[in-house]
Ligand binder design. Structure first.
Ligand SMILES: [Zn+2]
Ligand SMILES: [Zn+2]
Length: 179
């Protein structure tokens, strides 16, 4: 039996909250989200910024040009990947507030009872963020929110650049203590 259903899409814009997350919605799409542990985000942004500034004003002056570029690359990636990963939408699943169904077909799809959205393969309801996340990886307190489909690549970029940044610092200390 085919049911005729009228589907109206609501496309809101503005700042809003979904579960425990603060989101920036533009035309119905989530462009940015900050998680419930945003205080950690501020601490790590300060850490990344300090590393970057320390490099520019102190470390870069003591090394060769090649090492200057290498360090600049590592610390730029460290700072920018952290800012991106902490702001980017990890893949919050929304539906009822952006789609208004006037007549719905009852298809018995598995639903998350807490946020009333359809459960997808690999999605997971985070108890801290109180939202369902697409391809959920894990809730990272340091990032202040969940890692999922939307920000996982930037998360790995952040981890890699942090390891490289600390190694670079170690190497820099080694070089400058043996001159
Ligand atoms: Zn949920
Ligand atoms: Zn979470």
């Amino acid at each position: 039996m085919i049911q005729s259903s009228k589907i109206r899409f609501k496309r809101p814009s503005g700042f809003s909250t979904i579960g425990n997350c603060y989101v920036l919605v533009i035309n119905g799409d989530i462009y940015a989200s900050i998680g419930p542990d945003w205080l950690f985000t501020l601490i790590i942004v300060s850490f990344s910024l300090t590393m970057f500034i320390t490099f520019i004003y102190i470390m870069a002056k003591e090394v060769d040009l090649v090492f200057q570029y290498l360090g600049l690359f590592i610390y730029s990636v460290l700072l920018s990947s952290y800012i991106i990963v902490s702001l980017k939408n990890p893949g919050i699943i929304v539906s009822p507030w952006e789609i208004e169904l006037e007549e719905t077909e009852n298809e018995d799809k598995p639903m998350c009872r807490k946020c009333n959205v359809e459960i997808e393969l690999g999605s997971f309801h985070c108890e801290d963020c109180e939202v369902c996340i697409r391809k959920h990886n894990y809730h990272c307190p340091i990032i202040g929110k969940c890692i999922g489909e939307g920000n996982v690549r930037w998360f790995y970029a952040f981890l890699t650049s942090t390891v490289l940044g600390i190694s670079y610092l170690g190497f820099w200390i080694y070089l400058n203590s043996h001159v």
